[in-house]
Design a binder for this molecule. Structure first.
Ligand code: ATP
Ligand code: MG
Ligand code: MG
Ligand code: MG
Length: 478
């Protein structure tokens, strides 16, 4: 089942159930408190928190999302993209828990020839809030094994906006891929390590009015009159299960970029070199994210969204270099991503010249950075060797990183080629100091914002202006 087909099925199914189909909003968040659209609910926030009347009682969308907080997971887990598509259905004072559970269950487990996904319901595990007996009863009624309903405390399965207002429990569907992917969910722990239980769909029940309090310790004052449903299902995660591949980077909309990276590098994906596989997945993810960001009007820069885009392009280029490709890569990779994404996003093809100009220009700029950084590095290494030493100081590495955007792993690698190591401990502590400064700075600039939910942590993370910290932090592998 192609990804575009799953997307189509989702929209058709919810349209048949009287939902208004709403096109994806831009990746540039319509909510000014966050940089990017991080979830399907973001465009609907005013209707969910009740500051504006909803123009329809039910809606469904497939929303383009960017989550920068997942960047270090990309290529290392099976399931985190910086760009991904969140399928969501929403009810504004219309159906509630029973309706949301019925709709999700029927779509997940109904027959394929009726436009549904035909997942094996006996493999589904659902985490709920421990006091949510209504959700538990609805799940049992549709056929979820009661032993696979996992009750969690409020800290782990409860949505709120970070301030007094609407709040409520979640029910999260996890699919058991089978014992070959990891240990059993002993005691209901659906995250026992390994990649066995995959979270695919989060149903958020916007049920209560909450009072003052920090974290999740606030009183639930009363039931809301107008309850809302907000759900989010990861299209790529469902696609990788339905396509029988190992992870979301191997689906039809992503894998062809890995194939092109294989051709360019002459290295085979999946041949046992784990780090090379991660690099190829990073390349495929980041090229796609850069494509979608530029298509939505983001331009490379040194702060905010532009810096995120810059970092994605640089990481992709860097990963290609580590794969041994030193010639310009993006002109080879970007068109492949467009070719697989244009069915769902035809504007990519129409706008290709503009997008390509920006993306290729950013790769060229990074290549020039690498060249000037190399000159500086070479002279620093020469200085160390002339003095009879073998270790380059952390300050030099930091300066290269901070001023020239020269990635630390590249510094380490290139210095090693000349028999010199780097004082990475000193480098790391300089990085930490800088990060603390940036954080203090960001906090003073931060204005109050409406935090959005289960996405609270992400939102507040992203609401802080992103500082130009050079290329990437010291722990990044590529
Ligand atoms: P995880 O715990 O796996 O990081 P999450 O709990 O952060 O996921 P939610 O915020 O609940 O995810 O988002 C709703 C759904 O969107 C998830 O159930 C998942 O299917 C999908 N999703 C979330 N983050 C990503 C991502 N980075 N890449 C792909 N799909 C994602
Ligand atoms: Mg997450
Ligand atoms: Mg989760
Ligand atoms: Mg979740």
């Amino acid at each position: 089942m192609r990804t575009a087909d799953i997307r189509r099925r989702y929209l058709d199914y919810f349209e048949a159930h009287d939902h208004t189909i709403v096109p994806s909003a831009s990746l540039i968040s319509p909510d000014p408190s966050i940089l990017f659209t991080i979830a399907g609910m973001v465009p609907f926030i005013p209707y969910i928190i009740g500051t504006e009347p909803a123009p329809y009682p039910r809606a469904a969308s497939v929303q383009k999302c960017i989550r920068t907080n997942d960047i270090e997971n990309v290529g290392r887990t099976t399931r985190h993209g910086t760009f991904f598509q969140m399928m969501g259905n929403f009810s504004f004072g219309d159906y509630f828990k029973d309706g949301a559970v019925d709709l999700a269950w029927e779509f997940l487990t109904g027959p394929e020839d009726e436009g549904k996904l035909a997942f094996d319901g006996s493999r589904m595990w659902v985490t709920i809030w421990e006091e949510d007996e209504v959700a538990a009863a609805a799940l049992v009624r549709v056929g979820v094994d009661p032993d696979q309903i996992v009750r969690l405390p409020r800290e782990e399965n409860f949505w709120d906006t970070g301030q007094p207002g609407p709040a409520g429990p979640c029910a999260e569907f996890h699919y058991d891929r089978g014992p070959e992917f990891g240990p059993d969910a002993v005691g209901g722990d659906v995250d026992p390590g390994g990649d066995r239980y995959l979270e695919i769909w989060n149903l958020v029940f916007d049920q209560f009015l909450r009072g003052e309090g920090t974290g999740k310790s606030y009183p639930l004052i009363k039931e809301l009159d107008a309850k809302a449903i907000d759900t989010g299902a990861g299209l790529e995660r469902i696609a990788f299960l339905k396509q029988g591949v190992a992870n979301m980077y191997e689906i039809d909309e992503v894998r062809p970029v890995i194939t092109r990276a294989e051709e360019l590098s002459g290295k085979a994906y999946g041949s046992g070199d784990v780090e090379n596989d991660v690099r190829m997945r990073v390349v495929a993810d980041h090229v796609r994210s850069a494509l979608m960001l530029v298509a939505d009007g983001v331009r490379p820069g040194n702060e905010g969204r532009g810096y995120v885009l810059r970092r994605l392009v640089r990481r992709a280029v860097r990963a290609m270099r580590l794969l041994g490709v030193t010639t310009p890569s993006l002109p080879e990779l970007l068109p492949v991503s467009v070719a697989v994404m244009k069915e769902s996003y035809p504007e990519l093809e129409a706008d290709f010249q503009r997008i390509a100009g920006i993306v290729y220009g950013e790769e060229d700029a990074f290549r020039r950075t690498l060249e000037s950084g190399t000159t500086i590095l070479d002279s620093a290494v020469r200085r160390v060797r002339d003095g009879g030493g073998t270790v380059l100081g952390g300050e030099d590495a930091f300066k290269l990183h901070d001023t020239y955007g020269f990635p630390i792993d590249l510094t380490v690698e290139m210095a090693a080629e000349q028999g010199v190591s780097i004082d990475t401990e000193a480098f790391t502590s300089l990085m930490q100091e800088q990060r603390q400064r940036a954080r203090a700075d960001a906090l003073t600039k931060k204005t109050g914002h409406v935090d959005t939910s289960v996405y609270t942590a992400l939102a507040s993370d992203l609401a802080q202006p992103v500082q130009f910290l050079g290329y990437t932090d010291a722990t990044a592998q590529v």
